[in-house]
Design a binder for this molecule. Structure first.
Ligand SMILES: Cc1cc2nc3c(=O)[nH]c(=O)nc-3n(C[C@H](O)[C@H](O)[C@H](O)COP(=O)(O)O)c2cc1C
Length: 596
């Protein structure tokens, strides 16, 4: 295997006998292979990274050309071997990428010598094996004799690549089999016995890992499962979990492009942070993005054990009408990422302004998010939340990787919506136009509160006996029982209205005590046209007899903004004022900084 390495890659030996490959230049990265492999298994990574990185691949003790480990080694023996190599190379600190057993060594290295490690990637790592997996690996360890074991190697290849090996993976499987056939059987047996019992070694210590850590595995890797990587990422303070769909244990060899890109992206984040400090202010970038006013959704799915999963997201976007596609972005570091990235369906619940609490819960890392909401299974099986404004129940159409997020593109199988008020989000704060404006109206009981109520391109007016047209209005927003208020008027005339965004606020210069507040809203078709209720086409409004010039000018703006589909709030007096955006900056603050 080692001989397959291209000649320009230098293979060298450290004073303690450790053999290693070194290639390229740039920030240093140390690669540590798994049991039975050797440094040259990283050939795909070396080829893809040597142009930007100083790549060092070590032969672990008992493997390749390195000396044997002690009879009953500990992870620290392998980590100290790596530290000696760094000392020999004069490297103060490196990023460390480990595969399988090598991932445990990488973690050990970061735990015992954090000052020597910048970032760490654990590929296909084991963690707290469930009893049946622990038993199987113990049996395999006990069966090792220290002599060559061709049958065992064949089983290993079947476990790692599939049985039979898929045609497209044949070359990768042969390369791996060649490495296995070359390994020193005593070195292999000593290391494998450690591997069989080391899955718990970091259970208590991962919470003290100080370096950024990526835990990445394949969705089909049963022995180093997505659940294990997710559990490690949850414990590590700067942990993140990524699952590569359809990949198994040897994904670094079987899917070298994707795997290497993900490794390099993660390691680059550190490099960019160091040299990009002056160039790109990511905090400012986040704040700039935050000025885009959005709705808020909770995206849900069902996990592999049948458990409901969900997270708050404002990255929801419509993509295509035909076919009906929508998207939402999920951060790689979200605990739910491995589940969503491999799920066959998901649902997007658009939140109403009554669901701020649910938004907060689903933006947290709580384990029992679904105990705080009422939900049921939707058509695709994903949880559908009661009280949402709209639902898009989707099959997973495509997963697209984009930087530190994955884009989930869903094909909408089923959708529904109602007229409840949607929750908004802007500049790190919730925007609840309906409720906050209600409060505004309530503070001044004398306020003239009215509504422009729309139904399919028509506006509701009340026609007076002398042929004038008025918008529904009253003293204060009030309630159905208060006949003088807007809500009282609507109730008395059996008008089913849903008040929405504030549209205009102005003071009446002729009567300084009076403020006028007008909402936009929607209205169901009234049961009858008696009591002067009229639905007038928006185009016909200009020709109506409207007595109040302030209302006339407000309606002129309404007609204009309807055609532009861009509403603002008018604030001023009946003569002059300005159209302002809707967001309040003092709204509820959030318990998370990540807004997708
Ligand atoms: C308003 C709002 C919008 C958010 N949008 C997104 C988003 O689009 N994508 C994302 O990955 N996280 C988003 N987040 C953050 C996640 O909800 C948060 O990280 C959550 O903890 C993820 O859950 P999990 O780690 O249990 O999977 C948003 C948070 C808030 C408050």
């Amino acid at each position: 295997m080692a001989d397959a390495v291209a000649p320009e890659w230098s293979r060298a030996t450290a004073p303690d006998g450790t053999s290693f490959i070194r290639a390229g230049s740039g920030a240093p990265v140390l690669f540590i292979h798994g049991v039975g492999m050797n440094a040259a298994i990283w050939q795909p990574q070396i080829e893809r990274m040597a142009d930007r990185w100083d790549v060092i691949a070590i032969d672990m003790l008992g493997h390749g050309r390195s000396p044997l480990p002690p009879q009953a080694p500990e992870l620290a023996d392998y980590a100290r071997q790596a530290i000696r190599l760094l000392d020999h190379l004069g490297l103060k600190s490196v990023s460390v990428v480990g595969h399988s057993m090598g991932a445990l060594v990488a973690q050990e290295l970061a735990l015992i010598a954090p000052e020597r490690v910048d970032r760490t990637v654990s590929l296909n790592a084991v963690f707290r094996r469930p009893p049946e997996l622990a038993e199987a690996v113990r049996e395999r360890a006990a069966a090792l004799t220290g002599r060559g074991d061709a049958a065992g190697a064949a089983q290993t290849i079947a476990r790692w690549f599939g049985d039979p090996v898929p045609a497209g993976l044949m070359a990768a499987a042969e390369k791996t089999a060649a490495a296995l056939s070359e390994v020193d059987s005593e070195g292999y047996a000593r290391t494998y016995r450690l591997f069989a019992r080391a899955d718990n070694d970091h259970a208590e210590r991962l919470s003290t890992l100080t370096v950024p850590a990526l835990f990445m595995t394949g969705s089909q890797d049963k022995n180093s499962s997505p659940a294990m990587s997710a559990a490690m990422a949850r414990l590590a303070p700067h942990g993140r979990c990524t699952v590569l769909a359809g990949q198994r244990h040897m994904m670094a060899v079987a899917a070298p492009d994707l795997t290497t890109r993900r490794i390099a992206d993660f390691l680059s984040e550190g490099a960019e942070r160091e040299d990009g400090a002056a160039g790109f202010d990511s905090g400012e970038f986040r704040r700039a993005l935050g000025s885009f006013l959005t709705g808020v959704t909770i995206v849900t799915t069902i996990g592999p054990e049948g458990e409901p999963r969900g997270f708050t997201a404002n990255s929801f976007t419509s993509v295509s009408l035909d076919p009906p596609l929508v998207l939402v972005c999920i951060a790689h570091k979200a605990l739910g990422h491995p589940v969503f990235a491999t799920s066959k369906s998901f649902a997007i619940n658009v939140l109403s302004e009554d669901q701020k609490t649910a938004s907060g819960v689903f933006a947290s890392k709580a384990a029992d998010k679904f105990t705080s909401v009422a939900w049921q299974s939707g058509q695709t099986g994903s949880p559908v939340l009661d009280g949402a404004v709209a639902l898009f129940d989707c099959d997973m159409e495509r997963l697209v990787e984009a930087g530190d997020h994955s884009i989930l593109i869903g094909r909408v199988r089923y959708f529904q919506h109602n007229s409840a008020q949607p929750l908004g989000y802007c500049r790190g704060a919730y925007v609840t136009p309906g409720l906050s404006q209600e409060a505004l109206a309530a503070i001044q009981p004398g306020t003239d509160v009215g509504a422009i109520l729309e139904n399919g391109g028509r506006i509701l007016f009340l026609e007076t006996p002398d042929g004038f047209y008025e918008l529904p209005r009253g003293r204060g927003l009030g309630s159905a029982g208060d006949g003088k208020s807007l809500k009282g008027l609507l109730a008395a005339k059996a008008i089913e209205a849903q008040l929405g965004f504030l549209f205009a606020v102005w003071d009446d210069a002729g009567n300084a005590a009076r403020t006028h507040v007008y909402y936009r809203g929607t209205v169901d078709v009234p049961a009858s046209s008696d009591r002067g209720i009229r639905l007038i086409d928006i185009d016909a409004i200009e020709g109506l007899q409207i007595a109040d010039p302030a209302i006339r000018s407000m309606l002129a703006r309404y007609v204009r903004e309807c055609t532009e589909d861009a509403f603002g709030v008018y604030v001023g007096n009946e003569v002059e004022g300005e159209v302002r955006p809707l967001a309040r900056s003092d709204a509820a603050s959030l318990n998370t900084g990540d807004q997708g």
